[in-house]
Design a protein around this ligand. Sequence first.
Ligand SMILES: [Fe+2]
Length: 435
Amino acid sequence: MTALSEPKSKSILDSFNETRSRTLELVKTLESDDFVVQTAYFMSPPKWHLGHVSWLYEVVLSKLNTDYEFYSKEFSEYLNSYYRQFGEPHDKGKRGIMSRPTVEQVFEYFQTVNQLVTNFLKKNPISNKADQLFTMGLHHECQHQELLVYDLQHLLAEEYRPVKKNLPPTHSKVEPESVAVGGGLYTMGYHGDGFCYDIELPEHKVFLNDYRIDAFPVTNGQYLSFIEDGGYDDFKYWLSDGWDAVKKNNWHSPMYWKKENERWIVQDFLGTRKINPNQPVCHVSFYEADAYCRWAGKRLPSEAEWEKAACWNEEKMKKTIFPWGNEYPSEKNANLLESYLWNTSEIGSYPDSQSSYGCYQMIGDVWEWTSSEYVGYPGFKSGFSEYNDKWFTNQKVLRGGSFGTPQMSIRGSYRNFFRLDERWLFSGFRCAQDA
Ligand SMILES: [Fe+2]
């Protein structure tokens, strides 16, 4: 395969500058008080994200130069998320009670790290190892940009003033339908010569039975039917742990929904408003996705089923990096961060997103829950200590990216993972069925 998921002409330094600018752009309109607040244990203050993504480049520098001295011991302690190789990390739930380092100090640190990395990357030529580690650092920063967007919605919702905001694309009326995919052996995993994480490798064969998969993600309108049919009131749709979560958390709807005067409304970046039935449902946990499927007489796809429906072209007998081919995502085929819609787009908004089997909007809009456990593929080899593989337990895989995912960081083979009761991410799903 010759096509890359990113334009090859772009140097690491160019990508670094772009990525750092996008981080700053996301926080440009915040008030200074906004940077410090942590509104829930699962979110982090914007100040922490700015510092943490910078600190990870210091980690990269330390891996490339054993004599490297970190900027500050105190900063390292506060900004280390979970890497025990660098000492005991600061308590995640207490990131918002720290007034030091100050916001100003974190910005100064951000710029200092920019300078250190720029100086390093200007030394020519850089080694393969440096190239790989800095690229990983960029993709890590992209992950935090998305987490920051989740946090900004939780902190500010419609009070957040994005620097860029576009109108949603026009959409054509479409019927939620499913498409048939033939079974057999499928080789899953990343196939290309761009960047991917260790957990997307090695490519390996899986056997699939014939199946059907929805052409679109499940919509708010479809999910509302589940709610109105008493979906949250009947244990028979739920896994035992899921039913416990419903009771314990008093769930009656997706996160950010509430009922006012007998009407369901949602509160997010676009304001407080009526539920739009044509948008993909968002902010549901694995348990809710699974219960909906059971109610609908369907099931979640496995990640192999999801990936084959997204990336395999039966006629050409080849796998592509994206559903539409190997062309890097743009606003014309996916609702990702740089679309700057700040919400999901209605189904039928991206005719160019079509996979060869006829599935749409698999990249962007919402992360899609799959039935698959998050574990290493057969033959897995860890590429970066403590990054991905120490989480191989009690999580499910999600695929496809969301409207908060930067374009450069998503692929058909990308595996996201969350615990089964988490729903603060932009998470939805599509259903599958046995053929
Ligand atoms: Fe991180």
